[in-house]
Design a protein around this ligand. Structure first.
Ligand SMILES: NC(=O)c1ccc[n+]([C@@H]2O[C@H](COP(=O)([O-])OP(=O)(O)OC[C@H]3O[C@@H](n4cnc5c(N)ncnc54)[C@H](OP(=O)(O)O)[C@@H]3O)[C@@H](O)[C@H]2O)c1
Length: 233
């Protein structure tokens, strides 16, 4: 039977390449995009690789999340993989106290509250289908060369959710796996298409990320670095 995946923020960057890899691996892919036109353009391109469908989904808007959950529950009850990929960095240059509260909230909404609401809404389907939630995240330890306050504080709860939900799934014998992959630096619009020896292309990042879905190992509760080691957070 064809497996169905939802990838959020799949109209460009890493999400687009994750969608492409999943299609090439035989998944039906629901391509999450917040903008109709950008979404349709991506879906048209992705249909060359398999069964791709647009799902309008703005993770910053809880009504949009609810509508997407309803649409998927009605039309794709077979959903077995949710990839929480959509994300924004916030201002990567401001120091912590310079953020306006509303700007910090906006980053947290996209990077955590939206993925939480979506995961919660789709959980009944994922339980029924023994599915997987995969989050795309970053290391949350502030470092001298990477101290992006809104970005790290908004991804931290996603990493905690991975461990917390994973622990509860196991304890309550709920047949769902949740794990996070941190792909390292990837050249995308999010970081002004940074370059460097250590920087991956979105294609390389997507291959790494999708391999953790396809490897048939149990990653429940894990926050995984790009080199395969597990992160404490
Ligand atoms: N690039 C890196 O170095 C790196 C490293 C580690 C983790 N990540 C994570 O990887 C994920 C993808 O990032 P990327 O580098 O591929 O960035 P990107 O090229 O900027 O793509 C981000 C995607 O998220 C979508 N998005 C933003 N806000 C959204 C919202 N409110 N609702 C739905 N979709 C929304 C964007 O849609 P629009 O086109 O409409 O803006 C776009 O499709 C993010 O979670 C990021 O934190 C990235």
């Amino acid at each position: 039977m064809t497996k169905t995946a939802l990838v959020t923020g799949a109209n460009k960057g890493i999400g687009y390449e994750i969608a492409k890899r999943l299609l090439e691996s035989g998944f039906r892919v629901l391509v999450g995009a917040r903008d109709q036109e950008r979404g349709e353009t991506a879906v048209t391109a992705l249909q060359a690789f398999g069964d791709a469908h647009l799902i309008l989904l703005d993770v910053a808007d809880l009504n949009s999340v609810d509508n997407a959950v309803k649409t998927i529950t009605e039309n794709h009850p077979e959903l077995s993989l949710l990839v929480n990929n959509a994300g924004i960095p916030g201002d990567m240059h401001k120091v912590g106290w310079e953020f306006a509260v509303k700007d910090l909230q906006a980053t947290h909404q996209v990077n955590f509250i939206g993925p939480f609401a979506l995961s919660k809404g789709l959980l009944p389907l994922l339980i029924a289908n023994k599915g997987t939630i995969q989050n795309i995240s970053i290391p949350i330890e502030p470092l001298p060369y990477f101290n992006a306050f809104a970005y790290t504080t908004s991804k931290a709860p996603l990493n905690v959710m991975t461990k917390s939900w994973g622990m509860s799934f196991e304890k309550k014998n709920i047949p769902v796996e949740i794990f996070t992959v941190m792909p390292g630096a990837v050249s995308t619009d999010l970081n002004g298409r940074m370059t460097g020896d250590y920087v991956k292309t979105p294609v390389q990042a997507a291959e790494l990320i999708v391999n953790f879905v396809l490897d048939e190992e149990n990653h429940n509760g894990q926050v995984i670095n790009f080199d395969g080691t597990l992160s404490v957070y």
